[in-house]
Design a binder for this molecule. Structure first.
Ligand SMILES: [Zn+2]
Length: 201
């Protein structure tokens, strides 16, 4: 079970207005599709899971906010701009109407390791998680726990070694956790849907 409610890194958040971005509707629409499939949502214990982001400039990215998993449709007020992710210092600097998703460090790790990545999607699925581990696909080590610098480093290393502008990785130390990334939100979404269809058929 995920523990997405906790922010384990040092968060330096500045409250501010919603961030306007031309691709926000595409991002938010992808989120609603993932929500409808149960890949983003909330566990019976009330803890939300799943989040997604797009690179805005440099290593900055716009990401769904913390504790938004229960809602089917989000507004621009429920997204946050992450301005920097310092993996070594375990520190995330962000700005917006809501604090960044607790899994921002994982997104930041992908954007840093993979300069062509423009979108990152983090979903939870028992079927996809089990299936990817069973098929021995790209994975972080089991002892890299969620939300830690170890996890961010493991993602960085695995993604960096794969050298791909798009792909998927299963977070073995974060139950049910899977990440896809691509050069566009459409590509990252297509990869997530492909995994969902493959392991739910
Ligand atoms: Zn997660």
């Amino acid at each position: 079970m995920g523990d997405e409610g906790y922010v384990k890194y040092t968060a330096e958040h500045t409250r501010g207005a919603a961030i306007a971005h031309p691709l926000w509707p595409v991002l938010n629409n992808a989120r609603t599709q993932l929500y409808d499939l149960g890949l983003i949502g909330v566990y019976p214990n009330g803890i939300g899971f799943g989040n997604l982001s797009i690179r805005t400039a440099g290593d900055e990215f716009l990401i769904s906010g913390t504790a938004t998993g229960a809602k089917r449709e989000l507004s621009p007020d429920e997204y946050c701009l992450v301005r920097s992710c310092d993996i070594e210092g375990n520190r995330v600097v962000s700005r917006g109407p809501i604090q960044a998703s607790s899994e921002s460090m994982s997104h930041g790790a992908i954007y840093r390791a993979c300069p062509k990545a423009a979108a990152v999607i983090h979903i939870h699925s028992k079927a996809v998680f089990g299936g990817m581990l069973g098929d021995d696909l790209l994975s972080t080590p089991k002892d890299a726990a969620y939300g830690t610098p170890e996890m961010a480093h493991a993602i960085s290393n695995a993604v960096g070694q794969s050298g791909n502008s798009h792909g998927q990785i299963v977070l073995a130390g974060h139950d049910e956790g899977v990440i896809t990334w691509g050069v566009s939100i459409d590509e990252a979404l297509a990869l997530a849907l492909k995994l969902y269809n493959k392991y739910n058929s």
